[in-house]
Design a protein around this ligand. Structure first.
Ligand code: G3P
Ligand code: CA
Length: 243
């Protein structure tokens, strides 16, 4: 069965990467959650997508130029059209304290910026080690060097390469870096790529699949997982396909 992974939580209906969006994804019976990690000026790991706080909060500036205490003052739901409740930007620890107690697949995307510090990956892995997530944990990134570093530090952790530009012989490319899975954009994904992944027994997780027609197409093709802003809708479409 194709797994449904809620992209930044149930972010189609709730403010992305917030505790509400994550809890709603669990309520919607998603199989997993995808979210984004960055770091603050005082090297705290936080859950936010963009390099700056401008789009999703009432603040301005780079996440990496805020100390955690100041970042915590911001409202991560400030720019959402219909969410009056204040949402804090979560630390990765706060997210994991909750998520580790669920049965969800946890896809953590590691975000990079020019000012990324040397021990970033090590700090993420050290924190994750407290939770014993085993096969429930997937670390993904667009940054192949970052993933290669993680593969060396923690060879037991499952890794997925995010990409939105075509890679020739992707199965060979990822194996060079110790990466297990392909996480291609939907535009790059066709029957041929999914068949290749199946033949090579490579997990393939497609992002970001939000329209019913696309969902139907990828459920039929039989990828490993579908990453979507609308897990509730994806569940409906999947149930209809199974019946
Ligand atoms: O994991 C899939 C997707 O999250 C990658 O793109 O920009 O939404 O982080 P983005
Ligand atoms: Ca992401």
């Amino acid at each position: 069965m194709v797994e449904i992974i809620a992209h930044r939580g149930s972010s189609g209906d709730y403010p992305e990467n917030t505790m509400t969006a994550f809890k709603e994804a669990e309520k919607a019976l998603a199989d997993g959650i995808e979210m984004d990690v960055r770091f603050t000026k005082d090297k705290q790991l936080v859950v936010i997508h963009d390099e700056t706080v401008d789009r999703t909060t009432d603040g301005k500036g780079k996440v990496s130029e805020y100390n955690l205490a100041d970042l915590k003052q911001l409202n991560a739901a400030a720019n959402h059209p219909n969410h009056p409740k204040k949402e804090e930007i979560l630390t990765l620890k706060e997210y994991l304290d909750w998520a580790s107690k669920t049965h969800l697949i946890l896809n953590i995307e590691v975000k990079y910026s020019k000012d990324t510090y040397f021990e970033y990956e090590k700090d993420i892995l050290n924190l994750l080690a407290n939770y014993h997530l085993g096969d429930r944990l997937i670390i993904s990134s667009f940054n192949v060097d970052g993933l290669a570093k993680i593969a060396k530090l923690a060879p037991q952790v499952k890794l997925g390469l995010l990409y939105s530009k075509k890679i020739n012989q992707p199965e060979e490319y990822i194996s060079e870096y110790g990466i297990e899975a392909l996480h291609p954009s939907k535009k790059l994904t066709n029957k041929e790529l999914i068949t290749l992944a199946k033949e090579k027994q490579i997990p393939i997780r497609i992002f970001t699949v939000n329209k019913v027609k696309e969902m139907e197409r990828f459920f039929e093709m039989g990828c490993t997982s579908m990453i979507t802003d609308y897990p509730k809708l994806a569940l409906k479409v999947r149930n209809k396909k199974i019946l």
